[in-house]
Design a protein around this ligand. Structure first.
Ligand SMILES: NC(=O)c1ccc[n+]([C@@H]2O[C@H](COP(=O)([O-])OP(=O)(O)OC[C@H]3O[C@@H](n4cnc5c(N)ncnc54)[C@H](OP(=O)(O)O)[C@@H]3O)[C@@H](O)[C@H]2O)c1
Length: 329
């Protein structure tokens, strides 16, 4: 039997377990040119909150009553395509379920000898590439500059900061709580990390960035972005990668620092990693060689069991994850 988590209803405000329904279903059979995959790891990502809503976005919403969308890494159990053998480890978009079928051309074999298979959902997957393209291509990061990254201990932020250090930048993280901040500095090698829950974000950020901020890699938005904008240097770049503090909100945050964009001639650019899909190979090969050389550290936050995937998403959106959020299915 298969087991699936369906999107049952669209949340108003915070996501709840009632927005999902767990069902058992017959095992799917692969058709001609298809593979049957047993998912092993399900990625839980902040964008999923957006897919649960029917507000206009960069892709259509997840459909009610259907399997919740998401990337997985799994094992090919049966193959009707000569290019993929049973036993292969593949990256898929099969979503929140134990088994699924896909056209062989829609799954991506991954090299599980280079790194653990789950890493292809994180540092060697979509979050890692988001960090790579955002920092190198959009921000055009330069040695000696100061970059600030929010959600610094997370899947994207941890890679941004480490790549920034390898590039010769001053790297300052922003994270929630002492434990995450200590990890970011001691384990990931950031120059400093500000605990935004400490109650004096602006002063702490100023102390951590004595020469001001040249690049803001923005993952959180709201008050954090508003505070950073006021400390940006002339011709600074703000990469709007994510606004997680607003995803569960019913009202958008009212930004107050627009004047800083004008007077400091800032460039503020949104990014969606899919825009770079023609160049994924380039980023993955660079990230892969840095991982192989032991230059990128990486942490995972693992929930056990497919039926606990809703809890994984709820916790991620509340900042309870520590590292890339995954479900072991
Ligand atoms: N544009 C793209 O193509 C793209 C691709 C991937 C990800 N993203 C974005 O990148 C950001 C990070 O994603 P990720 O996958 O790496 O997740 P993550 O950082 O591993 O996990 C999310 C983190 O966000 C922080 N957070 C949650 N609610 C917050 C709040 N109200 N205020 C401040 N911080 C909050 C928490 O860290 P703290 O405890 O430190 O606050 C939490 O651990 C998200 O905004 C996501 O949407 C964008």
């Amino acid at each position: 039997m298969n087991r699936q988590v369906l999107l049952e209803s669209r949340p108003e405000g915070a996501v709840s377990e009632a927005n999902f329904r767990v069902v058992d279903a017959p095992l799917p059979r692969p058709g001609p040119g298809e593979v049957l995959v047993r998912n092993r790891w399900l990625s839980i990502d902040p964008y999923m909150r957006g897919r649960m809503s029917d507000a206009r976005s960069y892709v259509p919403p997840a459909k009610l009553g259907e399997v919740m969308v998401g990337q997985t890494v799994g094992e090919v159990i049966e193959s009707n395509d000569a290019r993929i053998a049973p036993g292969a480890t593949v990256l898929t978009s099969l979503g929140w379920q134990l088994y699924g079928t896909a056209r062989a051309s829609d799954v991506e074999p991954v090299d599980a000898s280079l790194a653990p298979a789950s890493w292809y959902l994180g540092v060697l997957g979509m979050p890692g590439m988001t960090a790579w393209f955002g920092l190198f291509e959009i921000a055009r990061a330069r040695p000696g500059e100061t970059v600030v990254v929010s959600a610094a201990s997370g899947a994207v932020g941890s890679v941004v900061g480490q790549l920034g250090k390898l590039k010769g930048m001053r790297v300052v993280g922003i994270a929630g709580g002492r434990e995450k901040c200590d990890y970011v500095v001691r384990e990931l090698g950031f120059d400093a990390c500000v605990d935004y829950r400490g109650g004096k974000l602006s002063e702490d950020l100023k102390a951590a960035c004595p020469k001001g901020i040249d690049v803001d890699f923005e993952n959180v938005g709201g008050e954090i972005l508003d505070t950073i904008l006021r400390q940006m240097n002339l011709f600074g770049r703000v990469i709007v990668c994510g606004l997680i503090s607003e995803y569960n909100a019913t009202q958008p945050y009212a930004y107050k620092s627009m004047r800083a964009i004008l007077v400091n001639r800032l460039r503020m650019q949104g990014m969606i990693v899919f825009d770079w899909k023609d160049r994924y190979e380039e980023a993955l090969s660079d990230l892969g060689s840095r991982v192989a050389a032991g230059k990128l550290r990486y942490k995972e936050s693992i929930v056990e069991g497919l039926e606990n995937a809703p809890r994984g998403l709820i916790d991620l959106l509340a900042g309870k994850n520590f590292g890339k959020q995954l479900v072991k299915v």
